[in-house]
Write a protein that binds this ligand. Structure first.
Ligand SMILES: Cc1cc2nc3c(=O)[nH]c(=O)nc-3n(C[C@H](O)[C@H](O)[C@H](O)COP(=O)(O)OP(=O)(O)OC[C@H]3O[C@@H](n4cnc5c(N)ncnc54)[C@H](O)[C@@H]3O)c2cc1C
Length: 417
């Protein structure tokens, strides 16, 4: 930890911390136009190298890991300090791509349930800008039924031997360690035979491939485990209690997606393509600003965005004061996904055929963005699963029927068996 980080403590008023951050940022971080941030492409290694470089600067300046405990390399401060820092750093280039999943989901989960060694080593390495963490949960056989994973971990002597496959791992190619859920006991019901492992991604026995998406991006990866060997020190939480760990991950993911994680540093879109489309500007640029149909479309999308912002505020506050259960974070996640789809659909409806033709006016970007409009409805669990969570765990409706409930996993019928 740097001297500056050691010197920082809860005795420092938030306003003083903010003033110190303001002065340091002006001296040390590259300034940007917050309405036109530099392009960070998650699929490109150079974006991650740049993010690590910026993270190291923050660490050396004593402004990294603001809400992580001091013993793991952070500052041990509360959300008010992180919010103050976020307000100050808006006009500077920040390593935003490190926030999710590395800090907000993986770091947060390790902090909750990891061993002392995992916390000291992995969290502090991430805060220093030396390492990146990712999630290895979904499998080729499906991601919605997370408790049904079939990647196998068997204890042979003092080693765990891993065989299986994972897919859709965001930015795994750039990561150093991944939280990987595997089945360690097939004789008990599905939630009871799982264990979470912290996997070093460069280890022998792992083959990683990039997945090419329909929009040309290659951000996601798939991993094949062929006799990967891990020690007991790779187990996160307890053996056969991996569902508890995975549940913490999902909890942190819901908070992160809704913008409610104290472990995210910096605000705003990672790049211009993530910012809400400017429907009014688009209507003017295409000469349709007096068209009542276009006005109606833009008005609907705008109203939806305002409602989303208020919903995030209301639900976050209600979860914090206990008037809504933590699972209510799924309301934010669902509304966010639906709003994103509406915003992108609206942009394409206004652009019309110009959105799918590359004639140099920049409107093709809208068509390309349309191709990935549904990612928000799948990442961190699909919108259908989000509705299940809301109905069963927020509204209290009966749980959906499940043929495998309470059945030992090795007796559950899978695929056509
Ligand atoms: C942007 C993005 C980032 C991601 N990042 C990661 C990552 O870092 N790590 C990782 O492990 N995975 C990641 N994923 C994968 C993601 O978690 C899965 O895509 C998701 O859980 C759905 O799994 P699936 O694609 O296998 O669909 P399936 O589980 O095969 O589902 C197919 C369809 O059936 C529906 N369905 C399934 N079960 C039910 C049910 N019980 N009730 C109603 N409908 C149901 C689903 O909603 C879906 O529409 C990411 C995905 C995206 C899009």
């Amino acid at each position: 930890m740097t001297d500056t980080a050691i010197a920082t403590g809860t005795d420092e008023p938030v306003a003083d911390f903010a003033a110190r951050a303001r002065a340091w940022l002006a001296q040390n971080m590259p300034p940007i136009d917050p309405d036109d941030p530099p392009f960070m492409v998650r699929a490109e290694q150079q974006s991650w190298d740049r993010a690590k470089e910026l993270q190291k600067k923050l660490y050396e300046g004593g402004f990294a890991g603001i809400c992580f405990p001091r013993e793991y390399g952070g500052l041990g401060l509360d959300l008010a300090y992180q919010k103050a820092f976020n307000a100050e750093c808006r006009s500077y280039e920040m390593p935003l791509i490190l926030n999710t999943p590395s800090f907000t989901i993986c770091g947060a989960t390790i902090l909750d349930v990891g061993s002392e060694e995992q916390k000291r080593e992995r969290i502090s390495a991430a805060i220093r800008g030396d390492e990146i963490l990712c999630q290895l949960l979904s499998e080729p056989s499906g991601g919605s039924d997370l408790a049904g994973v079939i990647t196998r971990a068997e204890k042979v002597g003092d080693k765990w031997i891993i065989n299986g496959a994972k897919t859709w791992s965001t930015s795994a190619f750039a990561a150093d360690y991944g939280l990987m859920l595997a089945r360690t006991d097939w004789t008990v019901p599905k939630h009871e035979g799982l264990t979470m492992f912290l996997v070093p991604l460069a280890a022998p026995g792992i083959t990683m491939r990039r997945i090419k998406e329909v929009n040309g991006n290659e951000e996601f990866c798939e991993e094949f485990f062929d006799g990967l060997e891990l020690g007991d020190d790779a187990v996160v939480g307890a053996v056969n209690d991996g569902w508890t760990v995975a549940s913490r991950q999902l909890h942190h993911e819901r908070r992160a997606v809704g913008g409610g994680s104290e472990f995210a540093s910096g605000t705003g879109a990672e790049n211009a393509s993530e910012m809400p489309p400017d429907h009014v500007g688009l209507a003017i640029a295409t000469g349709q600003d007096t068209d009542p149909r276009v006005q109606d479309l833009a008005g609907r999308a705008y109203a939806r965005r305002i409602v989303k912002e208020q919903l995030i505020e209301h639900v976050s506050r209600s979860i914090a004061d206990g008037s809504l259960p933590p699972n209510a974070g799924t309301l934010i996640r669902l509304f966010h996904a639906e709003t994103t789809e509406l915003e992108v659909d609206t942009a394409l409806a206004i652009a019309g055929t110009a959105g799918v033709i590359d004639d140099g006016d920049g409107l093709l970007e809208i068509g390309v963005r349309y191709l990935s409009r549904q990612t928000g409805s799948l990442g961190g669990g699909s919108s259908e699963m989000a509705r299940n969570v809301i109905s069963e765990r927020v509204l209290g409706f009966p749980r959906e029927a499940a043929a495998d409930r309470g059945v030992p996993f090795n007796q559950v019928k899978r695929n056509k068996s």
